[in-house]
Design a protein around this ligand. Structure first.
Ligand SMILES: C[S@@+](CC[C@H](N)C(=O)[O-])C[C@H]1O[C@@H](n2cnc3c(N)ncnc32)[C@H](O)[C@@H]1O
Ligand SMILES: [Mg+2]
Length: 951
């Protein structure tokens, strides 16, 4: 299965976005539809049918409403498609290949100079109207470079005529100028200039119509832009374009570039976001103008004078010569007015940063000096900022590569061999949703949802150049329970490797290949070096470290130490220890500020701060020094520490006024000062911890434990108290047992629905189980129901801690006095084991009571737990219970060992009926009503019988 397209085909929504940007407003509404049962006959819980959607798209001039679609995004595309039709964008029209491109180009230029086109909302018509404001000999003249750059159809035709136009857009001018003689009667050129003009003037009534007249506010428009000198030794400078509202903005740019008028200004493609108007402008030298005007047969002979502007070239992937101006100004599809936006020095550095994977991630989190591209993808829920796949796609776009291709292989779990050994020792944070051979259908995943029944996934990512040469192929061996995890993890591998390359762009080839190998990446080094040749001169991150990057003397006392390769002072931690500490996999919330301080602390400039910043600890989601410091903190404490300067582009991208900071950096010895407060710690989900630390996972071990007892007792009937999503009942069906009837009871309808679907699928496809009937009840297990009585075996796994303590005791009494299964297996977490799971010291429950409530709630394995018992507490409860109801009890557990401190991870009590009580000795249950509701029932003979017929 391949995801991603090799050839970029724009969707209707993408085209609308290009034309209207955020002026296009989509509203999707759900069209409700109740449906039949979701493939699970007999399920008595109303299931929401497949949702249907309708989308309303509002554009500045009109609104359309889509057809009804099954997916939200399809309804948006449908609306966009309708809007494009309304805009007269005939898709067939977009495909010029049927006609001879030369003829098509002539027709297109002819059309551009029609009266009709002048009043349209096309970006190019803005230029045509502005040209009518030009003075003297320039009146009505429009630069050929603008036609090539602002009209996609013209540009595409020029690319068909000469493929080199892609990288040297100015070559399009040659095709346009050569078409002019065939346009006699329609347009003319101005002698010796790369400009075109309509031959016969527009009729006066058109020129005077309100459509054409500009609103002409008297104020000048001031647009901030930046100058990028061709020489790498010269720094980027801000400049302001002073555009009079009635003038032509390209004349202003021409003047800044030191040429006479707009006809000598060349334009790059737009850069940045899809709807961006940011371009690079540069001047055509005299000789280039001459060459473009001459009737060259072979454009390959072109030679361009001037220095290639590496920085400008890097941003747009097109050849740019001499000094360039980067500005965001122009006419758009959105309005007839001139659009403009400031491009600041900061924008420049942010654009530079966004080209590195980690930079892109930092920007997505708006935390340039705190965030770091994580080293592993744990779970979707713990991930903050842009997802790896998204960053990889952006990276490819930014570097003018093709969209990456993701290939998914689905592996039947049975056949999937054991995981590579390295994964068995995963740290908590790395374990996310790796599939294991044990998760055979229906067990709970980290999010508590049921997982795909019989397969797991592996993903290969390929990165190609625009010319479809393979550059990188990453085929991780890990398998995942969810497709998306496989895709995200593989994407992250590629990003991590690219990131390492950007950190050390001069890496010798051998090292490059070696580091790729380690991440299951095969590399075409030739293609790689070709594509990324330019990066080296622009991100020489190591060398561009600020010169003054040395800790100020006064602070670098003998406390200085090295943490993950960075020199820092020992953090100064303030505030009292609250006992709530982060551990691997927990989510932390901090507030922080970073300032640039000069030696002796004379100057202190705040450069980045956040009131609340959340991240997962243990996998490098923040800069290593910061991660090292917060692991030493407890909630409520503050820390201050200094750090050496990161590469300069990081600092410059973070500050509003890079010019000022640059001068500070070049004149003083500086370092960064961090102030951090730890606001909150959220523990990692229980399942993830269990999955990470135990093999087989604890849940699997509990099932196996139950199976052993079933085998020993030859039980034919089983009731699972608090069955949840049916993970136990489902897993039991994979083992040969004597069971004939299985029952589950729970009070979560959502979980029961999931259980019903899973059991239905399994029971109706598996013929080798001896199960004759299965029932799911909706109701509380702390209330009596005669239908739960008298089973051979009862299980109650990881349920009691989800009730208040007295409810748990009540359940114990009801279970052993009324339900009276021959054997009852109860499991619950061993509180003492949390030290190991959470990798930190436990808080004693007898501590200061005020502290207790806060710290305890955080130290439970799961936020839904109302209590967790030590071995002693559990023993006490179970022994007392057994004694009162004529049961024996034995203690055991799974995960860890009973003989080694702190005991098993899950503690288990197995209650056995000592003797069958005489009918008369059984307590009588007044009001013994059947309070549980059958929500699903299945029988071997008649298959599924809708519950409505039997309730
Ligand atoms: C952590 S889940 C365990 C599910 C299942 N036993 C397992 O091991 O996968 C706890 C379950 O207990 C259920 N539960 C809590 N209190 C209950 C009650 N009073 N009656 C029935 N079910 C209850 C919850 O709805 C939830 O599904
Ligand atoms: Mg639990």
């Amino acid at each position: 299965m391949e995801i991603g397209v090799k050839k970029t085909v724009f969707t209707p929504k993408a085209i609308i976005h290009q034309k209207f940007g955020n002026k296009a407003c989509y509203t999707v509404e759900e069209v409700k539809e109740e449906s039949a049962q979701n493939g699970c006959p007999g399920l008595a819980i109303p299931q929401k049918g497949p949702s249907l959607f309708r989308c309303r798209l509002e554009l500045p001039e009109f609104t359309v409403v889509s057809d009804i679609c099954r997916k939200k995004k399809d309804s948006e595309q449908s609306a966009a498609h309708l809007a494009l039709k309304r805009l007269g964008n005939n898709p067939a029209d977009e495909n010029p290949s049927e006609k001879d491109p030369c003829d098509a180009l002539i027709d297109r230029i002819k059309y551009i100079f029609t009266d009709e086109f002048l009043s349209s909302l096309h970006p190019l018509s803005g230029h045509l109207r502005a040209a009518l404001q030009r003075k003297g000999g320039l009146y009505g003249l429009i630069p050929a470079s603008v036609i090539a750059a602002c009209d996609t159809k013209t540009s595409n035709l020029c690319k068909l005529l000469n493929t080199e136009v892609e990288s040297k857009p100015f070559l399009a001018l040659s095709s346009i100028m050569r078409a002019i003689p065939r346009l006699a009667g329609s347009v003319v050129t101005s002698k010796g200039q790369l400009s075109i003009q309509k031959q016969n003037p527009y009729p006066t009534e058109i020129i005077e119509s309100s459509d054409i007249q500009q609103s002409g506010s008297p104020e000048n428009i001031l647009v901030k832009a930046i100058q990028i000198p061709a020489s790498l030794d010269e720094t980027i400078q801000p400049l302001t374009l002073d555009i009079s509202s009635s003038g032509y903005y390209l004349d202003v740019i021409a003047q800044k570039l030191g040429v006479t008028d707009a006809s000598k200004v060349l334009l790059s493609r737009t850069i940045g976001k899809a709807s961006s108007e940011t371009r690079l402008y540069f001047a055509a030298s005299e000789s280039l103008v001459m060459e473009l005007l001459s009737d060259h047969a072979n454009v390959k002979d072109f030679h361009v004078e001037g220095l290639l502007n590496a920085r400008a070239n890097y941003f747009c992937g097109q050849e740019i010569y001499g000094d360039a101006i980067m500005a965001s100004v122009g006419y758009t599809w959105r309005s007839k007015e001139l659009f403009h936006e400031d491009v600041s020095l900061q924008s420049y550095y942010r654009m530079l940063l966004s080209k590195i994977p980690s930079g892109n991630y930092k920007l997505s989190r708006e935390a340039i000096l705190a965030a770091e591209l994580p080293s592993v993808f744990t779970t979707k829920t713990n991930w903050r900022g842009s997802f790896p796949r998204e960053i990889l796609c952006t990276f490819c776009r930014q570097h003018q590569l093709s969209e990456p291709i993701f290939s998914i292989t689905s592996i039947p779990l049975k056949a999937s061999c054991k995981l590579p050994r390295s994964q068995k020792k995963l740290k908590v944070t790395e374990a996310a949703e790796l599939a294991t051979e044990y998760t055979n259908g229906g067990s709970l995943n980290a999010g508590g949802e049921s997982v795909g029944l019989e397969s797991s996934f592996r993903c290969t990512v390929k990165v190609f150049s625009k010319g479809q040469d393979l550059i990188i192929e990453c085929s991780p061996r890990e398998i995942y329970k969810k497709q998306t995890d496989a895709i995200q993890s593989a994407s992250l591998k590629v990003l991590s490797w690219l990131n390492a390359c950007f950190k050390d762009l001069g890496m010798p080839l051998e090292k490059l290949n070696c580091s790729a190998d380690a991440l299951n990446i095969s590399l075409s080094s030739e293609n790689f070096l070709k594509e990324f040749a330019l990066c080296q001169s622009l991100h020489n991150v190591q060398q561009s470290r600020c010169q003054g990057s040395k800790l100020p003397e006064s602070k670098s006392t003998n406390m200085e130490y090295t943490l993950s390769g960075q020199d820092v002072c020992l953090p100064n931690i303030e505030g009292s220890y609250s006992g709530v500490c982060p551990s691997n996999g927990s989510l932390l919330s901090i507030s922080y500020s970073v300032s640039l301080v000069t030696e002796g602390g004379h100057t202190k400039e705040l450069i980045e701060s956040k009131d609340e910043f959340e991240f997962e600890i243990g996998n490098g989601t923040v800069v290593s020094t910061l991660e090292g410091v917060v692991t030493q903190m407890s909630v409520g404490q503050c820390a201050h520490f200094n750090m050496n300067l990161p590469p300069q582009e990081f600092i410059l991208a973070a500050v509003d006024d890079p010019a000022r900071i640059l001068s500070l950096l070049s004149s003083e010895v500086c370092c960064l000062e961090y102030d951090v407060t730890l606001l909150r710690v959220t523990e990692p989900p229980e399942e993830r911890m269990e999955q990470a630390l135990f093999s087989p996972p604890l849940s699997k071990q509990r099932v196996e434990y139950a199976v052993q007892h079933i085998k020993k007792s030859s039980a034919t009937t089983l009731v699972d108290f608090g069955c949840g999503s049916g993970s136990l009942l489902d897993s039991l069906l994979d083992y040969p047992t004597s069971l004939q009837k299985i029952v589950g009871a729970d009070l979560s309808k959502k979980s029961l629905s999931r259980a019903a679907k899973i059991l239905h699928t399994k029971l109706s496809t598996k013929s080798d189980t001896g199960i004759k009937s299965a029932i799911l009840y909706d109701g509380s297990i702390t209330e009596f129901d005669p239908r739960l009585c008298g089973f051979d075996i009862g299980t109650c796994l990881e349920v009691i801690e989800h009730m208040e303590e007295e409810q748990a005791c009540l359940f114990g009494d009801i279970a052993l006095s009324y339900f009276r299964p021959k054997v009852l297996i109860v499991s619950t977490p061993n509180y003492e084991y949390n030290v190991i799971l959470q990798g930190s010291s436990p808080t004693t429950q007898e501590d200061d009571p005020e502290e207790k409530s806060q710290s305890q709630s955080c130290k439970f394995r799961n936020h839904d737990h109302k209590f967790e018992w030590t071995r002693e507490q559990f023993n006490h409860w179970a022994s007392d219970l057994a004694k009162r109801h004529h049961y024996s009890v034995e203690f055991s557990g799974v995960g860890g060992s009973g003989d080694v401190e702190p005991g098993f991870a899950s503690q288990i009590a197995v209650f056995k009926q000592e003797s069958l009580l005489d009918e008369n000795d059984l307590p009588t249950q007044e009001n013994s009503s059947e309070h549980c509701k059958v929500i699903w029932e299945w029988k071997r003979d008649d298959r599924s019988v809708p519950s409505s017929t039997r309730n």
